[in-house]
Each structure stands twice: as C-alpha cells, then as structure tokens.
Ligand binder design. Structure first.
Ligand code: C2E
Ligand code: MG
Ligand code: MG
Ligand code: MG
Length: 283
C-alpha cells in the first residue's frame, strides 16, 4: 500500500500521475493494434515554389484516427511509437501509403516522407524503399525522404552508407527542421543533401526578430553554396513569405497556403485524369 511506505512513495501514486500513466499505457496498447485496424491515415501538405506559387509536391504527415479520440496528431503518438519499438512498422506503412497515393498524382509532383531515426538504425529501410517504389510505380526522383539532425548526431557510418545508397536509387534526401539540432554544419560536409528545410521556429518570428532573419539568411546562403534547395516550413503570413522570397528561399510550406489535407481534399488538377496529364495549375 503506497500510503504505508511514507510520503515520498505516495507522491508516485498521485492520482493525476497515475491517470497519465494509465492513459499512456492505454494509448500504447491501442497503438499496437491501430495498424491492423487501419486507424492510421496519411495527410498531405503542399510545398510551393515561391517564385511561381505553384504546388510542386506534398509532404506526407501521419494522423491517427483514434476510435474514441478522433484525429490524433503525430506529437501525441510518434514519440510513444518510437519508445515502444513500433515506429518502424508504422513508418513503413506510411511510406507505402504515401507512395501509392502519389502514384495517382500528376507526375511532376513530388512526395516527401518523414523517416524517424529508429527507421534508419536497422538494415530494413533500403529494402522497404525499393519495394514501396516498385509497388507504386512512382519514379524514385519523385520521392524525398526527410531526416532530422537528431539522426546525424549519432554520427554513424552506417547512416551515411544508407543515405548514399538511397541517393544512388535516385531518391532525394532532405534535412528537416534545420537549425534546431547540433553538428549540422559538419554533416553538410559529409553528405550532399538535396534540400534543407528551415525550421518553423525561425520562420515564425522572421518578421519581428532580426536574429531569426540573420540565421535564415545565413542558412539560405549556405544552401546556395552547396547547391541545395530550400523549403521554409510553417509560413503563416504574406509578410513572412515576402521576406523569405527576398532572401532567396526556393520553396514554401505553411498554413498560409494549406494545412495538411486528407487525400480526398487534394485538388483534382493535381491528379491524373484518366491517363491524360493536365497542366499543373496554380495552387
Ligand atoms: P515536420 O516533418 O517538421 O512537419 C511539419 C509540421 O509542421 C506538421 O505538423 C505540419 O502540420 C506543421 N505545420 C506546417 N505548416 C505550419 C504552419 O504554418 N503553422 C504551424 N503552426 N504548423 C505548421 P504535424 O503534421 O503535426 O507533424 C509533426 C511532426 O511529426 C513532423 O514534423 C514530423 O517530424 C513528425 N511526423 C509526421 N508524420 C510522420 C511520419 O510519417 N513518420 C515520422 N517518422 N514522423 C512523422
Ligand atoms: Mg518533415
Ligand atoms: Mg519539418
Ligand atoms: Mg518542423
């Protein structure tokens, strides 16, 4: 009995903590069967070419359609899935789902898929990518894998090898949330990324804060020197967009254009129409 063991222990059994713990365990148990039950969905947020304001691709973002909670966002379950060792399976499912969706789109549109560090650690990712590409018929050049600096911090030769092999398939590699982790500059020397995604935290105060502006400008210059594309994420206002455009950022993503959309909301103009390719239209 907690109480009889003294004050320190009874704190552990504080009702709120106990409820949180129970909730986590319940969520984890649900997470284990969610895949079999088909509760996951992939939503898509457009990436736009800033100069033309045309949609050039979409980022696949995982959602959990929980029977009781409704739509659950990744921050609520991806860390849990990582801890429980479930992210590799969920990630593979998301990759397959995103590629089969992209197969129905206009062939100029790219598809970006997030890869968690746990997926990179095993040997399985390369095979999964090859097989998912083959099953969908999507050209490897249309697939962009987004990895984070957290992974690069592990400073592992195996990760570099995997990245080079993916690249050899024709797949593009983007460095996501750039600027929020460590050792990023050293990694730019060791691996030729196709794209840097400037983290939303820099974009959100780019208009007011000169520090963020200076950081973003430096990142964009760096990307140009290394011949990398750039996407600014989390753009919510025209003022932010104007500033990023003036600084030479190539692509934009954010609520200013669209939130992540369920696949049925993707505009018909972005899809194959009975085998006929419509011209890409303005977003
Ligand atoms: P991320 O890859 O950096 O994705 C961008 C996140 O920013 C998305 O959140 C998106 O909805 C949000 N966002 C985009 N534009 C705006 C904006 O203008 N304002 C604001 N406030 N937010 C914006 P989401 O969908 O909740 O995903 C969060 C994170 O979860 C992602 O960050 C990514 O790291 C992870 N994630 C999502 N799907 C997957 C997946 O399939 N696999 C893995 N491993 N991670 C995923
Ligand atoms: Mg991403
Ligand atoms: Mg990102
Ligand atoms: Mg981010």
């Amino acid at each position: 009995e907690a109480k009889s063991r003294g004050r320190g222990v009874s704190v552990l059994f504080h009702p709120q903590l106990l409820r949180d713990l129970q909730e986590r365990r319940e969520l984890e148990m649900n997470l284990r069967v969610a895949l079999e039950r088909g509760e996951f969905e992939v939503w898509y947020q457009p990436l736009l070419d800033i100069a033309s304001r045309r949609t050039v691709g979409y980022e696949a973002l995982l959602r959990w359609n929980h029977p009781k909670r409704g739509i659950v966002e990744p921050s609520q379950f991806i860390p849990l899935a990582e801890e429980a060792g479930l992210i590799a399976n969920i990630g593979e499912w998301a990759l397959r789902e995103a590629l089969s969706e992209a197969a129905t789109w206009h062939e100029e549109l790219t598809i970006a898929v997030n890869v968690s560090p746990a997926q990179m650690r095993g040997e399985a990712l390369l095979g999964q990518v090859v097989s998912a590409l083959a099953n969908s018929g999507v050209a490897p050049e249309r697939l962009e894998l987004e990895i984070t600096e957290t992974l690069l911090m592990e400073d592992c030769e195996m990760h570099l090898r995997t990245l080079h092999r993916l690249r050899a398939l024709g797949v593009r590699i983007a460095l996501d949330d750039f600027g929020t982790g460590y050792s990023s500059l050293n990694y730019l020397r060791r691996f030729p990324f196709d794209k840097l995604k400037v983290d939303r935290s820099f974009v959100s105060d780019i208009v007011e804060e000169t520090e963020s502006g200076a950081i973003v400008e430096t990142v964009l210059n760096l990307a140009r020197k290394f011949d990398m594309k750039t996407t600014a994420e989390g753009i919510e206002s025209e003022a932010q967009l104007a500033k990023l455009n003036a600084m030479g950022c190539s692509q934009a993503q954010g609520f200013l254009f669209d939130r992540p959309l369920p696949p049925r909301m993707i505009p018909a103009a972005h899809r194959k129409a009975g085998g006929r390719m419509p011209r890409l239209q303005m977003a």
